[in-house]
Ligand binder design. Structure first.
Ligand code: SF4
Ligand code: SF4
Length: 494
């Protein structure tokens, strides 16, 4: 089957061998879980429980609010110890609200939503309802509520669901293990999603450095003619939605458009497995597979962890750390979030926890730009990183915006390749954050201006109406009432 070249890209060191042969193992239930209310892109969930309450496994403890949001559920039965602020797994180290749950060891399930007997012929809205209730978000790291993406087929004609099994980040092997160990569940989830989307075809793209996953998925897909499993070359960032679709179909997604606009919706393989559980069994998203790796981890492995488990518990399960890590990351080393500490909980988007030693991070002092053009050649989005960085350095955000900084994927390829070790992606993340804030402020300012103008117009109209009424009254006072006209049938006075 034909593949298409994608622009730019790099080949960072593989490092998947640290955990790729480690089968998924369940983490023993920790003594305490801290389940964040806000684990996804969109509005935080609204709290449904209070301290002292007993909850059951799978019970909804926070409800999604608004069109882009997702509920959170109790990963096991137990007691709510508190609702507290805890350090979020984010570079900022800011605190976020979490439900602190002390497991009671009983694993007693709450009543679950009724699963669909035959999802592949069911009304698509029933699938979307179950996915929404299960709190499923994109598990490749983006954490976008999945139900929103499953609605895309109601607005557009879709040709295919593309399942992202590329897992192009170095170190991460959780998707690889899910595909090797549960190909039936992944393919079933994909077929259910394709049905909900109205897409007649499923293409599963897997980087060709995962031969076992390719083999297992191909074997499992053989029974379904509408499902194709395709190897894609190892080329970071192949896991980016736009690039995966381009490699598989040759179609390029225009700037500021979605892949859905060119007929393809992309979901991650672990998301497909979660959707299989939600639709076939009514199970909410309460656990996920996390790769714990890096040379500062004694025994890297793939762990099935309950959402809310302390990252320290996962590290302990791997035999602890070897020395002090030079860098802690949630996700992959290229696009992941630096972690402020290990004292943070696992969330739905936690694909990996990496503890890297100094040799692995290879961080070096940044030098001046030598205008070698490497960053331009490798940017998969066709951007000009050196020029954008120059604008940002002189605080000319509009200049960077004109060069398309908001199109930057934050893939980190340019920083990785820069011989002067300039942290280019950090400039772009900063600029994107500032431009977003500016845009928000501008919208707020415009809204305030519109409201002020509307208020002023209202006052002026009210004043004009009052003046007109006063003038009418004054005229009426000084004028005798008009003589009554006789009715037609009345005799006229002689
Ligand atoms: S790769 Fe680095 S040194 Fe080369 S042009 Fe880009 S910013 Fe400058
Ligand atoms: S981080 Fe942005 S600018 Fe740099 S290579 Fe990736 S997409 Fe291009």
């Amino acid at each position: 089957m034909k593949l298409f070249a994608i622009r730019g890209g790099i080949h960072p060191e593989y490092r998947k061998e640290l955990a790729s042969d480690k089968a998924i193992t369940a983490l023993p239930m920790p003594q305490r879980l801290r389940i964040l209310l806000h684990q996804h892109i969109g509005a935080p969930a609204r709290l449904l429980v209070a301290a002292g309450e007993r909850v059951l496994k799978g019970q909804m403890i926070a409800q999604g609010q608004g069109p882009v949001s997702a509920p959170a559920h109790a990963p096991t039965s137990g007691y709510i110890e508190s609702v507290s602020e805890v350090t979020a797994p984010h570079a900022s180290g800011l605190a976020q609200t979490a439900v602190v749950l002390v497991p009671d060891g009983k694993e007693e399930w709450a009543p679950l939503p009724t699963p669909l007997a035959d999802p592949l012929t069911a009304e698509p809205q029933l699938i979307r309802d179950l996915v929404a209730q299960a709190g499923i978000v994109g598990m490749g790291g983006a954490a976008f509520p999945s139900v929103v993406k499953l609605h895309l087929g109601t607005q557009r004609k879709l040709e295919m669901l593309v399942l992202n099994g590329a897992e192009c980040e170095p170190y991460l092997t959780c998707d690889d293990r899910v595909m090797r160990e549960h190909p039936d569940e992944v393919i079933d989830g994909a077929r259910i999603m394709a049905h909900a989307l109205g897409a007649p075809l499923v293409i599963i793209g897997i980087e060709d450095n995962k031969p076992e996953a390719l083999e297992a998925m191909t074997r499992e897909a053989a029974a379904f003619p509408e499902v194709q499993v395709r190897p894609v070359p190892v080329q970071y960032p192949m896991g980016s939605e736009r690039h995966l679709v381009q490699a598989l179909t040759g179609r390029e997604t225009p700037a500021a458009k979605l892949t859905a606009d060119i007929g393809a919706v992309v979901h991650n393989v672990a998301t497909a497995q979660a959707i299989h559980h939600a639709v076939r069994f009514g199970r909410p998203l309460i656990e996920r597979v996390v790769t714990v790796s890096g040379r500062a981890v004694r025994e890297p492995r793939n762990i099935l962890a309950p959402i809310g488990a302390p990252v320290t518990a996962l590290i302990d399960f791997c035999g602890g750390l070897v020395g002090v890590p030079a860098r802690l990351v949630q996700g992959g080393p290229m696009m992941g979030q630096p972690l402020p500490s290990l004292d943070v909980p696992v969330i739905k988007g936690t694909s990996g926890i990496l503890a890297l030693n100094a040799e692995e991070t290879g961080e070096a002092e940044a030098g001046p730009c030598i205008r070698c053009g490497t960053c331009v050649a490798i940017c998969p989005c066709g951007l000009v990183p050196l020029e954008m960085a120059a604008f940002i350095r002189t605080d000319n955000l509009d200049g960077a915006n004109n060069l398309g900084v908001t199109e930057c994927l934050s893939c980190g390829s340019c920083s990785w390749a820069c011989p002067s070790h300039i942290p280019l992606v950090q400039y772009f993340n900063y600029a994107k954050g500032m431009l977003k804030t500016k845009e928000r402020d501008r919208t707020k300012h415009e809204r305030t201006k519109t409201l002020t103008e509307a208020h002023r117009d209202r006052l002026e109209r009210a004043a004009a109406a009052k003046a007109a009424a006063a003038a009418a009254k004054a005229t009426t006072k000084g004028t005798p009432p008009a003589a009554r006209q006789p009715r037609a049938e009345e005799p006229a006075e002689a």
